[in-house]
Design a protein around this ligand. Structure first.
Ligand code: ADP
Ligand code: ADP
Length: 225
């Protein structure tokens, strides 16, 4: 099949720091891809370029064959709200809303009626084994529960790609692995691809494929598991 996302010779510097040096990568529909490598090797920077948050200095990033840099700001933000979902390490839930309202929010913003949005959100929270926190605020949940809620919020619109930057980085290894397994299973059910940044081998082992980074470029692409 055709790749969904392609990075081709992407370079990006911050002042004198060359974060990416000609990084190339393809993401295929529905696959779970882990970007691994030491701290500072450029993984997060590539994730930001792939998701259109950062513009590369040189090279190309395309989504479904369209160069992201040729899109208008409005088209790029529509992509980020529609086709893409995001899970970060910390602080992405709205503290004033309940967990259920947080998960339903992307659907509400897309114009789905409250009852239907909240029914979908409740189903997904149950699927992620945190149905019991639906009525709580994010500050009243444990770290593991909060990350499952954040995963649910990223998945609720069934995006084509979920970008996850160290999504389990704040959790202990047992909780981290559980959250990762649930994320992968729920993404597969929705045919969402996942691009995961992690420095933990056990988290990376949940992916279909792993690409290791060093000094701003992929050093090898492991065969599909
Ligand atoms: P990784 O995700 O592999 O840890 P990053 O992509 O975060 O690596 O960072 C790659 C390099 O770019 C590092 O040296 C980092 O300090 C630098 N860097 C990343 N983002 C910025 C930024 N916004 N401003 C300055 N330097 C940055
Ligand atoms: P997990 O193993 O999923 O991280 P815990 O065993 O830590 O969950 O938490 C069990 C219960 O304690 C949960 O119902 C959760 O709501 C509550 N809880 C955990 N941490 C906190 C916290 N920091 N603030 C409020 N409630 C918490």
């Amino acid at each position: 099949s055709q790749p969904l996302l392609v990075a081709d010779g992407v370079s990006k510097s911050f002042g004198a720091t060359h974060a990416l040096n000609g990084a190339s990568l393809q993401v295929f529909p529905g696959e779970v891809l882990a970007l691994t490598g030491p701290s500072g090797s450029g993984k997060s920077t590539l994730l930001h370029c792939l998701s259109g948050i950062l513009a590369p200095d040189s090279g190309r990033v395309s989504y479904e064959g369209r160069d992201l840099t040729t899109l208008t700001d409005r088209e790029r933000s529509a992509l980020r709200r529609g086709a893409f979902g995001f899970v970060f390490q910390f602080g992405q839930l709205v503290p004033e809303l309940t967990c259920l309202e947080n998960v339903a929010l992307p659907l509400r913003l897309a114009g789905v009626r409250r009852t239907r949005a909240e029914r979908s959100a409740a189903d997904l929270l149950t699927r992620l084994e945190v149905g019991e926190v639906a009525g709580k605020r994010p500050g009243q949940t444990s770290g593991g529960q909060g990350q499952r809620v954040a995963v649910a919020r990223a998945l609720i619109t069934s995006p084509r790609v979920i970008f996850a930057d160290e999504p389990t980085g704040a959790l202990d290894s047992r909780n981290g692995e559980q959250v990762m397994r649930l994320l992968v299973a729920a993404a597969k059910e929705r045919s969402s691809a996942v691009v995961l940044v992690t420095h933990e081998a056990r988290i990376a082992s949940c992916a279909d494929r792993e690409v290791a980074f060093r000094d701003g470029a992929a050093v090898f692409a492991e065969a599909a598991r």
